[in-house]
Ligand binder design. Structure first.
Ligand code: ADP
Ligand code: GLC
Length: 493
């Protein structure tokens, strides 16, 4: 099959979280199964800098061409490179005014959110690029709300453009908390037929909701874990869009993400102090010692060290973790945390660090190499997420021999088997139910007790390291999803 991915993020060119990891990995594994893959991305400043740092530049894919958005003409440069470690062509839609910005999701020069405008441009430019390249994908696979216009063009525009007649659409929901909501008066920017504005297509709660439009229009939809697919259809999990997801129930499925073992693998990772694998964990000691040095912890202290990495948003529940820091550190636990996001949480991290010197270390910022060092160097990794569509960090920590302590939600529930005192043959980590500081602290303290029973802990570590979270398994499920999308393409639902 010919499959084109459309996304705002893709590792290593542009990433704020797991979306980038997924789009940078899945296409490689699909290509390895014999499919014809391509990825289309905006040429963000971050991507341009990635090339500059390596003293290289993507090649020109086609002659520059014009794309119109609501009467405004843009000239597009379509650039081409390969997804590192593969032969998958990655096409960059270059337009400095719209994408040459300090961060991927930054607003325009007045600080305004012009996401509707620039991602409309992105999709139109990518589709025009495909046509100029002589491509006509069997499936256009869109990720989250940014390329939402693509499934909408497929469903509601085909009478105008026969090119779409054979193109099926798949939408992956990585996080329904982000929907791309704009005033309904901005609908004309999309350039869709007027009738689409109403009748429950893209309108939701009196506003224009891009993700909703894509959920209505896509031939098939998937969430990034089976549990999240079910949670999306509930009032708590659907962020208002549960009704539309329920009504499309037969077209919705859940596929657990994989991890890219070329990047996240303790036996080859070049960002950690020493390599190791399940058969010989000695290298972990050096990783732990390095972590202690970087964090300013006493390396000879055998006490339990907890790590956390992630975006600081209420989704991740780091406020719960921060509120337990005084108690946990009093009980001999040391904690290292890396994250950036909400200023209030960044501020609490800094404050706690100054109050709990030598026991709580806060790294405020984004640091790829720091994330690897934490995964390999701490004793356990904590994710107290309020909701977690899939979560990749807990799978990285399983692969790194660092048992995760997670809340039972979304993909965390699907990937971590909690130790209950009896299931030593299968337990891979620790799982708690309530999104409360109390439940989190109880789970961490239980893990701390188990940690000092070296034999028990060793079993949990090796069970975790034996798990197969490779993309090969999930890539096969995506193949089935694509086939289904082609079968149901254009059929009423
Ligand atoms: P989400 O996509 O919701 O942020 P995931 O667990 O799927 O959560 O993916 C998070 C990814 O982003 C992981 O690769 C993690 O290491 C990385 N990450 C998040 N915050 C940071 C940070 N501050 N520094 C380095 N890496 C980070
Ligand atoms: C989202 C989710 C995260 C998921 C990632 C990749 O950002 O928050 O849980 O792992 O997408 O699918």
């Amino acid at each position: 099959m010919q499959i084109s991915h459309l996304s705002a993020e893709c590792v290593p060119f542009a990433k704020t979280g797991g979306l980038g990891d997924v789009v940078g990995a899945l296409p490689k594994f699909l290509a390895a199964r014999g499919h014809d893959l391509s990825v289309f991305l905006p040429f963000h400043l971050e991507a341009a800098n990635w090339f500059r740092k390596r003293d290289t530049w993507p090649e020109t894919a086609v002659e520059p061409y014009d794309v119109w958005v609501y009467g405004h003409k843009y000239t597009v440069g379509l650039l081409k490179s390969l997804l590192p470690g593969s032969l998958v062509p990655t096409y960059f839609v270059a337009q400095d005014e719209l994408f040459h910005r300090g961060s991927i999701y930054a607003g325009n020069e007045n600080g305004e959110d012009d996401g509707l405008w620039r991602f409309t441009f992105f999709v139109r430019a990518a589709v025009e690029g495909m046509k100029r390249l002589g491509m006509r994908p069997d499936v256009i696979h869109s990720h989250d709300w940014h390329p939402a216009l693509a499934p909408m063009l497929g469903a509601w525009q085909s009478w105008r453009e026969p090119w779409w007649d054979t193109v099926a659409s798949v939408l992956t929901v990585h996080n329904i908390a982000y929907q791309g909501v704009y005033p309904l008066s901005e609908f004309p920017i999309l350039g869709l037929p007027d009738g689409v504005a109403h009748g429950g297509n893209v309108e939701f709660g009196g506003a224009l909701n891009l993700l909703k439009g894509a959920l209505v229009a896509a031939d098939m939809i998937n969430a990034v874990s089976p549990t999240y697919a079910r949670e999306l259809m509930t009032r708590d999990g659907g962020f208002g869009l549960d009704g539309i997801l329920r009504s499309r129930g037969e077209r919705v499925t859940g596929i657990l993400n994989g991890i890219d073992t070329a990047v996240w693998n303790p036996s080859t990772d070049t960002l950690i102090a020493a390599n190791y694998d399940a058969a010989d964990l000695t290298g972990r000691d050096a990783c732990r010692a390095e972590l202690c040095r970087v964090a300013g912890f006493e390396a000879g202290d055998p006490g339990f060290i907890l790590g956390a990495v992630g975006r600081l948003t209420s989704q991740k529940g780091f406020d719960l973790l921060l509120s337990t820091v005084p108690e946990l550190t009093r009980r001999g636990i040391r904690i290292v945390m890396l994250g950036s996001g909400e200023p209030a949480l960044e501020e609490s991290m800094r404050r706690l660090e100054s109050q709990t010197k030598g026991r709580f270390r806060a790294f405020v910022g984004y640091d790829e190499s720091g994330a690897h060092k934490i995964e390999a160097g701490v004793d356990a990794f904590v994710m107290p997420s309020r909701f977690e569509p899939c979560g990749l960090s807990q799978m990285y920590s399983l692969a790194y021999g660092t048992p995760p302590i997670v809340r039972r939600t979304g993909g965390l529930a699907d990937s971590v088997n909690g130790f209950d005192g009896g299931n030593l043959d299968t337990a891979t980590g620790f799982v708690f139910e309530d999104a409360s500081a109390h439940a989190l602290a109880a789970s961490v303290l239980f893990a701390q007790r188990v940690f000092f029973h070296k034999e028990l802990w060793g079993r949990i570590v090796s069970n975790g390291m034996a798990q197969d979270f490779s993309w090969s398994r999930s890539a096969e499920r995506y193949e089935t999803l694509y086939r289904k999308a082609r079968e149901v393409r254009g059929l009423p639902w």
